[in-house]
Design a protein around this ligand. Structure first.
Ligand code: 1AG
Length: 138
């Protein structure tokens, strides 16, 4: 069975984020603020349908998709581009391809125990983020 990505996840590390943002054309002031932030991911998964919210004091971002169904993504509040985006499941990994102005753009999410990994790619830059599951109070 595929993993269940649902839950709340807090960032614990973020490698090469500055160069990833540079490849998206983000200005230095915004990059320097963004680097200080440790966002939280809130993922709701229902079968093949997902909502992923990335929350921070600086920006919030929400993406909603169904596996295997290409959609129009507007990266509003981030680099403000339009993409044709497709997310599929490949060996338990959520693999996203963001077709648009930027070459080789996308991301991959996977779970290992209480760790949620995110690799963000744009052109020749790969940013590696690690999030840890926030325990639910029952
Ligand atoms: C993401 O996509 C998007 C978040 O995780 C990547 C963050 C920034 C990269 C782009 C541009 C930076 C512009 C402004 C930075 C301001 C805040 C950054 C921190 C907060 C992000 C909301 C994958 C996701 C699926 O859709 O997990």
């Amino acid at each position: 069975a595929p993993p269940d990505f649902s839950g709340t996840w807090n960032m614990v590390s973020n490698e090469n984020f500055d160069r990833y943002m540079q490849s998206l054309g983000i200005d230095m002031i915004t990059r320097n603020l963004a680097k200080l932030i440790k966002p939280q991911k809130i993922i709701e998964q229902n079968g093949d349908s997902f909502v992923i919210r990335t929350l921070s004091s600086l920006r919030n971002y929400r993406v909603q998709f169904t596996l295997g169904e290409e959609f129009d993504e507007d990266t509003k509040g981030l680099d403000n581009r339009k993409c044709k985006t497709l997310v599929t499941l490949d060996n338990g990994r959520l693999v996203c391809v963001q077709k648009g102005e930027k070459k080789n753009r996308g991301w991959i999410h996977w779970i290992n125990g209480d760790d949620l990994h995110l690799e963000l790619t744009c052109e020749d830059q790969v940013c590696k983020q690690l999030y840890r599951r926030v325990q639910e109070n029952h």
